[in-house]
Design a protein around this ligand. Structure first.
Ligand code: XIL
Length: 395
């Protein structure tokens, strides 16, 4: 609680200073770029700025600010949960399109593009599916048909309304998994083998010829050793290259961008180099789920600025690294944050004692990360930052 108040006070002081700061006469009638939204500033580069949307928050009449900021600051939206399999088909054969359709309608109303998330993932699967496979009542052959039907039904339902689909999510293991040699992990690889990846892209393309089809994963912001046995970025790069060589209709690779300030992370040059390598394969890229969390200590709970400030600054710097790298590559089409306010972040639920991951605090005050993002969008341009090159869906 103290921590919340401490941050809010700091931001109020900054806002007062800003108000006292008068524009020089030479600024004429130019609008102050700092007063413009992220989405408006992103359009200087044809870059779409997005957020994941929590439908409960969007529909909460007691919290109009969430809806207002979702509409005003962002030019693309992603369903945080309501397009996942357990939400769309909680009972076998009975689809629940309502919440996802609502998000699509909201996006249309606010002139926003939609990232579809997600068609194939090992998490948030409905119980009927996982228990059916576990008890043997769903055979491997039937499972493949079920997956094909799911992709076909979902992509057809949203046909023409989705800009980018996350077709396959998080298919690759991490070096800390067992075995430590990188491999295809999770429910789908276990039951269908790695070929499900290519199948999924083909089925998605058959259902919507125009959506951009993405592979999406975390810990692929930069290349490491270059050995696909332990460098996840390299593993994903090799996978994408093989898919392309086999004529699989993959259009892009999404880098989730879930970072933590306690880790080494990367600098702009490393991230830009990785985006360029993917672009050189003929793929679009995107940052799809950016947030930068920190460990919350007891001292922070008691308002200790020695511990709070370095974390807020490090979080902001990491947002900036990813955004600058994206700006620097003309094939990086969108930059989506995984929720914009600490009020509804998945981080404390998922990582326990971590938080402060988003660009607004719990009271909707913009944090340093927000302002750094704005600065990057404002103070960049030719010759190194140029408008995006649109991606054509591959057949
Ligand atoms: C998370 C959501 O934010 C949570 O609300 C949910 O409980 C679990 O999933 N990678 C992804 C996202 O691709 O779908 C995850 O979203 C975060 C990690």
């Amino acid at each position: 609680m103290l921590l919340r108040r401490w941050i809010a006070t700091g931001v109020a002081a900054v806002a007062t200073l800003g108000a006292l700061n008068t524009l020089p006469a030479t600024a004429g009638h130019q609008p102050n770029p700092a007063d413009q939204s992220l989405r408006t500033l992103g359009m200087r580069h044809d870059l779409f700025i997005g957020t994941a949307v929590d439908m409960a928050a969007l529909n909460d009449p007691a919290d109009p600010q969430y809806r207002q900021l979702t509409a005003s600051q962002f030019s693309t939206v992603t369903a945080e949960n309501v397009m996942k399999w357990e939400s769309l088909e909680p009972t076998r054969g009975v689809y629940n399109w309502g919440p996802a359709d609502e998000l699509i309608a909201f996006a249309k109303q606010n002139n926003q593009r939609v990232r579809g998330h997600v068609l194939v993932w090992h998490n948030q699967l409905p119980g009927w599916l996982t228990s059916g496979v576990a008890d043997g009542s769903i055979s491997t052959a039937e499972l493949r048909d079920i997956l094909k039907n799911h992709i076909t039904n979902v992509v057809k339902h949203f046909k023409g309304k989705i800009w980018q689909w996350d077709v396959v999510n998080e298919a690759v293991s991490d070096p800390w998994d067992t075995p430590s040699t990188l491999h295809y992990k999770g429910f789908w690889a276990q039951h269908l083998g790695p070929d499900y990846v290519a199948d999924a892209f083909r089925w998605a393309r058959a259902a919507d010829p125009k959506a951009l089809l993405f592979y999406n994963d975390y810990n692929i912001e930069a290349f490491g050793s270059g050995d696909p046995a332990n460098d996840k970025t390299q593993f994903v790069y090799d996978m994408a290259k093989q898919l392309l060589a086999a004529g699989v209709p993959i259009d892009g690779v999404g880098s989730q961008g879930h970072l933590g300030t306690q880790y080494g992370n990367f600098d702009t040059l490393q991230v830009a180099a990785a985006l360029k390598k993917f672009a050189d394969l003929g793929l679009a890229t995107a940052f799809t789920e950016v947030d930068v969390r920190s460990q919350i200590t007891e001292a922070m709970e008691n308002g200790d600025s020695n511990e709070i400030n370095p974390r807020l600054q490090a979080s902001a710097a990491n947002y900036s690294v990813l955004l600058q790298a994206c700006l620097a590559d003309r094939h990086c089409l969108s930059f989506t944050v995984w929720g914009f306010t600490d009020k509804y972040s998945w981080v404390p639920n998922w990582f326990g004692s971590e938080g402060l991951a988003n660009i607004y605090d719990e009271n909707y005050q913009p944090k340093r990360a927000y302002n750094l993002m704005k600065g990057d969008l404002i103070y960049s341009g030719a010759p190194y930052v140029l408008p995006r090159i649109p991606q054509r869906p591959r057949r």
